[in-house]
Design a protein around this ligand. Sequence first.
Ligand SMILES: [Zn+2]
Length: 309
Amino acid sequence: MLSIPASRPNAYTGSPLDRVSAQRDDEAFVAAALASPDALFIPVWRSRSLMKGVAEGTPEAVLLSAEAAGEVRMAGGPWALLGLWEGGRPVFTVDCSAAEDPLPLLPTGFGEFSDLRGVAGLLPAGEASMLAHARGLMHWRTRHRFCGVCGNPCEPRSAGNAMACTVCAAQHFPRTDPAVIMLVVRQGSVLLGHSTRFPTTTMYSTLAGFVEPGESLEEAVRREVMEETGVRVGRAWYHSSQPWPFPASIMLGFHAEGLSDEITIDPAELRDARWFTRAELRDHERLGFSLPRPDSIARRLIEDWLEAE
Ligand SMILES: [Zn+2]
C-alpha cells in the first residue's frame, strides 16, 4: 500500500487570491476593479516576473500600484484579472513583452525581471503562487491571439481569462497540460533516473511525462515508466499536485507499485536509471549523487516515502 499523504504544500500553491471566476463576466465589476485606487498589477515581461532581491538570495515579488503601473499598462499588452486579495484588493497581471527593455516603463528601484523557476523556493509561498498564475496566464494570452478553428483574430473575454474569435465566435480557454510524475517503489527500493535534460551530472530524480489524449493518469504513469525504463508498473496512488507554468503544465504526483526489476533505459530520455534503497537515498551526498531541489514535487515524493517507513 503506497498511499502516502503529502507532508506539506508544494511550491506554487497557496495563492491568497480569490479568483472570483463567477464575476469575471460582469463588465461593471471588472471596470470598477480596474479603476480602483487599491488595484495591484503583476507585470510579466517575456515570461519573466518582476522581483526584488534576486541577486541577494532574498527574492520578493513586486506588485505595482495603479499609479506605478501606469506606463506598463499604457504599453498595450494583454492583461487579466487574477482575483481579489486582502478583503477585496483587485490583482491584475499585465504583459509588457512588446517593450525591448521594460525597466524604463517602471519607476526606478522597482526590481528587475527574473525567471521565477530559479527562485520559487525562496519566495513566500503565496507570492510564488501569484507569480506562477500571472506567468502561466500571460504565456497563454501572448500565444493564442488567433483562432485555432478559423485563423482569425481573437479578443479577450472574462477579464482576460478567455478569448473569443471575432469571426466564428469560437471560445478559447487557458491551457494547463497534465503531466504525471511518479516514484516507483519495489521491495524497499525506488526507481530514479538521470535525465538527458538534467543540468547536473549527478542528479537522480523521479520519472515524469505528459498525459496523452484519451489516457487516464494511471495509464500515463504505467506507459511513461515502461517507455523510459522497461519496468512494469501496477497500481498508482495519487499524492499531490504542483502547478508548473513552465510554460503550461500541472504536475500530478504519484507513488506507484513496480512489478519488475530489470531496467532497460530509453537513451533518448535517460542517461541512467537505478533502484535506490532508503539507506542510499539518505546517504546520497557521501555516495556522490544528488536529489532534486527541495521545493520540487519530485523531492516531496521521495522524502514522504522515506518518512513513511
Ligand atoms: Zn474563429
